[in-house]
Design a protein around this ligand. Structure first.
Ligand code: DHB
Length: 503
């Protein structure tokens, strides 16, 4: 096998598409920029053993995906291709022509991210067993993991990371004929900030708002729509996340805060306990009061077409819908034997059970049980101390506000405000419609996650479903802020949306 691999070193046995030769037709290079043409010969061969099976793959690493990079360390993509595809082989029913492309970003905390490497990918400390990238290779996926700019550098402010992910998609589409895999079947994945960007990448497929920035970077001249989206605990809808957080946690005055500046998946999270001051409790009340009008302005509808709304106190059908996801989570955990009715009664007094059915969810008591992690405003901090303040900074002003409330109540003299166009480009809701390209969406956020309100995932899923998209949202029982913890289910979903179109 080794010999025939080497023998086919320079050619892909693909009959689906003609090979484009960059030399003959002119390469996608802007003046002075690097080539954006994939070079099939530039690889090293690697192996990984997943569930006792050894997979050989070609590693194409540190490839610049824009012609004019401004952050050469992060604007690169790593591409991994199962070696079987160079021998006319097939894996899991896929071939060199049909294999989907798994696109996991490594972004956490809106920090700069390097291109992912199999065995060292994902969010948080390394877990046992194969990671998502290794699992993808074993299941016959092409793996393409882009790096992206992040908030700590002057050129990494919003919307830099989403521009970079879109440029990476354009690179893959530009090279579709010259690379194994089907660039019409790109499936994005990410966790937390990376989950938010995964959703934004799908939502903003081919949106003109990002065109100028992509041109400036010398992104490949290709579309940037993707096929499907997976996201874990997306820290999304940032410009309304403060009021959503207080809608969930108002009344919970004790907190366990984590220093957002330390969120980088290589760094330990540091918890700091405290109680909200009177002023912070007032801020919480102010922000909670904003949420119903915002939620109602979205005109969301339930599956049965009834409106999802909130009254001025934050009660109503939308709150019931969020609570229903929590109740369903407990029922699923009971059925799978992950917990027992006795345990639920002892540790989760917010649930009312009838046998193994949840008959009521006390949402306020739920918030008390999981506990508050952030002080109000959770995202647009009045003293500009949050990671998101830095994300919405500019080259000349490292940290800025991005909501009217925090700008008006700022404790920092002369603090600036991000411009409306940038704030819009970071919020996927502005781009989701029946014309949004990806049909298939999978969102997971654990019931023990306190990094943002559970309303965020429900708003995203509902807006997508109301726009005719196929959405799989669940809240795994007792799972904290994390991702890639259910790889069997994740890849079963991916195989299903690729092979059957509909889950
Ligand atoms: C992440 C977590 C947060 O609480 C946040 O506000 C932004 C990003 C993260 O883990 O990526």
């Amino acid at each position: 096998a080794q010999q025939s691999l080497n023998a086919t070193n320079k050619e892909l046995p693909m009959s689906r598409k003609p090979l484009i030769t960059a030399l003959a037709f002119g390469s996608a290079t802007l003046a002075g920029g690097a080539s954006l043409d994939f070079d099939p010969a530039q690889y090293s061969e690697k192996t990984v053993t997943v569930n006792g099976e050894t997979i050989t793959y070609r590693a194409y690493e540190n490839i610049p995906y824009v012609a004019n990079p401004v952050d050469a360390a992060h604007q690169t993509i790593n591409i991994y291709i199962p070696a079987a595809y160079y021998n006319g082989g097939s894996i899991n029913g896929y071939t060199a022509a049909t294999a989907p492309i798994y696109l996991p970003n490594q972004i956490g905390g809106y920090m700069p991210a390097s291109a992912g490497v199999p065995g060292a990918s994902g969010f948080g400390p390394k877990k046992e067993g194969a990671d998502a990238m290794q699992t993808a290779l074993a299941k016959g996926y092409i793996v393409a993991s882009p790096g992206a700019r992040g908030r700590i550098s002057a050129d990494g402010k919003a919307p830099a990371a989403i521009i970079d992910l879109k440029a990476a998609v354009r690179y893959l589409k530009h090279n579709d004929a010259n690379m194994a895999g089907d660039a019409g079947k790109i499936i994005s994945n990410g966790t937390s900030a990376g989950g938010a960007l995964s959703i934004l990448l799908g939502a903003s497929s081919n949106a003109p708002d990002y065109e100028a920035a992509l041109k400036t970077l010398g992104a490949a001249d290709a579309p940037d729509d993707i096929y499907a989206v997976s996201a874990y605990c997306p820290i999304s809808i940032l410009d309304h996340a403060d009021s959503a957080y207080e809608w969930e946690f108002h009344g919970v005055n004790d907190y366990e805060k984590i220093d957002i500046r330390q969120i980088d998946y290589h760094v330990e999270r540091q918890l700091q306990k405290g109680t909200l001051s009177a002023a912070e409790q007032q801020t919480s009340a102010d922000l909670k009061a904003q949420f119903p009008a915002y939620l109602n302005s979205l005109n969301l509808k339930n599956a049965d077409d009834t409106p999802l709304t909130l009254d001025a106190d934050g009660n109503g059908s939308f709150r019931d819908a969020v609570a229903a996801y929590l109740g369903k989570s407990a029922e699923t955990a009971l059925k799978s034997g992950q917990t027992t009715a006795a345990q639920l009664a002892a540790d989760h007094p917010w649930l009312t059970l009838d046998g193994d059915r949840v008959t009521a969810v006390d949402f306020a008591a739920y918030a008390k049980t999981i506990g508050r992690q952030k002080t109000p405003p959770a995202f647009d901090a009045l003293d500009l101390s949050s990671g998101e303040n830095q994300l919405f900074g500019s080259a000349s002003e490292d940290k800025r506000h991005f909501t009217a409330y925090s700008q008006a109540h700022s404790s920092i003299a002369g603090a600036g405000m991000a411009d409306a166009a940038t704030i819009k480009q970071m919020n996927p809701l502005h781009y989701i419609s029946d014309k949004t390209a990806p049909q298939h969406w999978r969102i997971r956020v654990g019931t023990a996650d306190r990094d943002t309100s559970h309303a965020i995932a429900v708003i995203l899923a509902t807006k997508l479903a109301n726009s005719g998209k196929t959405v799989d949202l669940a809240m795994p029982w007792q799972v904290p802020h994390s991702g890639d913890y259910d790889l069997d289910e994740l890849f079963a979903w991916m195989d299903n949306v690729v092979k059957n179109g509909q889950p």
